[in-house]
Design a protein around this ligand. Sequence first.
Ligand code: SF4
Length: 187
Amino acid sequence: MFLNSYKITRTLPCLADPEKIRVIAEVSGEIYEAFPFLNAILKGCINNHPALTLTIKKDGKLFTLHAHHITLAKIEDEKEAEEILGWLKDLINETYEKREQIEPNYSMAAELKALDIFRLLPGTNCKKCGELTCLAFAVKLVGQEIAIGKCVPLFSDEFKEKRKVLLELLQAAGYEVPGAYLEFKEV
Ligand code: SF4
């Protein structure tokens, strides 16, 4: 079997929704070889091939597969995490078994949508970035016409949870995020 087992190793507060949890599970062996095949058969994945991550969106939740672990966001409890991990294990194994019949997809695929970004901005329309609204900023950011750092309020303590998620999302989607901003991810 390609993926034999997994084990929940950490349970943290969810960055996107404080009432939910974020779960990290280590997996037996490396699973990244399955990512291009999963990216080919699933809709709406964000495949960051150079970083060896694949983010799957399902029922409003984000599951990010890494070479050696899986991160689940917006999870109710450990029971739900176990169910999702079981589903992912079957999906990964079945997909990998059928890999010879699947054309691998190495593209970043799912484009980041301006609305995905907009939901993670402060939403105050303060104009400090030079744009009239946060939505206008999101549109420019998705088109790589403006730098994330222009939204100064996002880098204040008040918005640290949104900032973490947005920086992760940008990275997962293959956007170049300057190292100076990534330091804010862990704050
Ligand atoms: S600086 Fe940030 S919060 Fe203010 S309008 Fe621009 S995107 Fe919105």
